[in-house]
Design a protein. Structure first.
Length: 188
């Protein structure tokens, strides 16, 4: 039976729940494309089924931040996803801030190993350093999902080099995530 992966491309194309901006780019656009490319890689592998939170770059989920988050979680829960991966870009007032990082509800969950493998894949393909995996039980998408969930900050949109890499070479991020998923399941 195929492993069901729900990929949440964080944020909406506009308010409510729009994402961070930096270097003339918008988080919601970057993660939309990386999510689509990751889903395509997963769909080519018979071991996986995949669904996306946003199936169109202009799709808006919910009428408020809380409704947007609930729509993503409810879609994954009602589908019966086995794993939930929420994609984001980080932002900082320090333009040299760098790295990918991931959040999980608990270090004791299956999501921790998945997050570690995804970060390793991102490092391998993007050369962006890993900042590690952190517990963040307060994040809605981690505490309300019925399956292991991770939120991945792919890189800093406020770092010019990382922003350019995410926007111009999204396939590197998609491949890193995909390879991390394969490694986690021992399918490499």
């Amino acid at each position: 039976m195929a492993i069901k992966i729900f990929i949440d491309q964080g944020h909406n194309p506009g308010n409510p729940n729009a994402g961070a901006e930096g270097n003339g780019l918008r988080e919601q656009d970057i993660v939309y494309e990386i999510g689509v490319q990751t889903a395509e890689l997963l769909r080519q592998n018979p071991n996986f089924e995949v669904r996306l939170s946003r199936n169109d770059p202009n799709e808006i989920l919910g009428n408020s931040n809380s409704e947007s988050l609930a729509a993503r979680v409810n879609a994954a829960n009602s589908w019966g996803a086995d794993y939930f991966i929420s994609l984001h870009t980080n932002a900082s007032t320090i333009p040299t801030a760098t790295g990918s990082e991931a959040y999980v509800y608990s270090f004791d969950s299956k999501a921790y190993g998945l997050a570690e493998n995804i970060l390793e894949g991102l490092v391998e393909y993007t050369k962006i350093p890993s900042r590690g995996v952190f517990e963040r039980p307060t994040l809605y998408v981690l505490r309300r999902t019925a399956m292991p969930a991770t939120l991945v900050e792919l890189g800093f949109i406020t770092n010019a080099a990382e922003a350019t890499l995410m926007s111009e070479q999204p396939e590197l991020f998609a491949t890193g995530i995909y390879e991390g998923i394969l490694n986690y399941f021992g399918l490499e």
